[in-house]
Design a protein around this ligand. Structure first.
Ligand SMILES: [Zn+2]
Length: 356
């Protein structure tokens, strides 16, 4: 517990540290330089969060979004690291010339829309939290993050990563860390940390699917398609459909995600593998959504949302705890004999998570 009532915001980046570690060791300084800078920046930010988070979150919010509209503000860091930077677009303003600003603005809007229209959730905190984002953060910064208060996007180094606003699911992923922070507040380590990461991938992907009007069968189920530079051998950062296949590149290495418990990775790195083992609950969600068909946010998403926000999911939940709650939620919402209940049970079985 922290002094602000159990609220422990974490510094959540979209690119996992093991990817940047690998890049930082490359012989080519054009690749290692930006990765090293990004790692240093991330560790500074992580340390600073612990000191300032509790104090700043305790302050009363100054403004609230109206009941059916987001309240967005986009800032430009102009390649420096002071946050939030210069305000460049406010709510209702026309699009400007900077495509990065416009993508950030519409990505925040799409996230707000899914939560409001599919789950009747009014912004990230359920209480009209204004949505702030900063673009063009630092130089060659290979990441995007939610810092407990706002979104921040780098432009990438241009060699391995490009503009992080390119993927709407990355925007949705980061903001969903905010939703998790305000609800189940899953501890960012080990299995609860991998569940935290998985929630962000699940709702990040749903935000993309919702904004494109796609069915589960039409969706690409990729996270970060569009942020890898053209020379990289890969399609995205992660795949929910086929974890472990998103990239296999000379420089980046191979996507380390397992799809089932048989390949569960025990590691102390990456906060105990939060971006690695998240492949398992990610794949379970994909299996439920594709088994049920139609729009994934409607039934599969509803079941996951019920568990995330229902108050029963513990901060230190394991995969099996989460799985059990999703089975219960499917039964409560759609009945005992329903396809939903069966699809959820079967999916966890397929990924090897035992429901005790
Ligand atoms: Zn994340």
């Amino acid at each position: 517990m922290t002094t602000n009532g159990g609220f422990e915001p974490v510094f959540c980046t979209v690119v996992p540290p093991y990817v940047l570690d690998k890049l930082a060791q490359h012989d080519d300084p054009a690749l290692s330089g930006p990765a090293q800078r990004t790692l240093v920046r991330d560790s500074e930010l992580r340390a600073r969060r612990r000191v300032t988070a509790e104090f700043r979150l305790a302050a009363a919010p100054t403004a609230k979004a109206p009941s059916d509209q987001p309240l967005r503000t986009i800032y430009d860091a102009e390649h420096r690291t002071e946050l939030p930077g210069t305000k460049v677009r406010g709510e209702g303003d026309d699009p400007g010339r900077d495509a990065t600003v416009n993508r950030a603005y519409s990505g925040l809007g799409a996230t707000f829309d899914l939560y409001l229209k599919a789950y009747l959730r009014h912004s990230i905190d359920g209480d009209g939290l204004p949505l702030d984002a900063t673009v063009h953060y630092d130089e060659g910064y290979n990441n995007a993050f939610w810092n407990g208060e706002q979104m921040v996007f780098g432009d990438g180094d241009g060699e391995i990563f490009v503009d992080f606003t390119n993927s709407i699911d990355v925007i949705g992923h980061e903001l969903t860390h905010g939703v998790t922070q305000y609800t189940a507040n899953l501890t960012y380590y080990g299995q609860p940390g991998a569940l935290n990461e998985s929630m962000s991938d699940v709702f990040g992907s749903l935000i993309k699917q919702y904004s494109l009007g796609q069915t589960a069968a039409e969706a690409d189920w990729l996270i970060g398609a569009g942020i890898l530079a053209p020379g990289v051998t890969g399609t995205a950062l992660r795949s929910m459909k086929a974890p472990g296949t998103a990239y296999d590149d000379d420089v980046l290495g191979k996507d380390p995600q397992p799809a089932t418990m048989d390949d569960y990775v025990r590691t102390g790195r990456d906060n105990g593998g939060v971006h690695i083992n998240s492949g398992i609950p990610n794949h379970a969600f994909y299996l439920v959504a594709t088994a049920l068909g139609g729009h994934a946010w409607e039934k599969a998403g509803q079941i996951w949302y019920d568990v995330l926000t229902g108050g029963k999911l513990k901060e230190r939940a394991f995969f099996s705890d989460f799985a059990k709650l999703t089975v219960k939620a499917a039964r409560e919402r759609y009945g005992d004999g329903g396809d939903e209940f069966q699809a959820v049970q079967k999916a966890w079985e397929q990924v090897g998570v035992r429901i005790l």
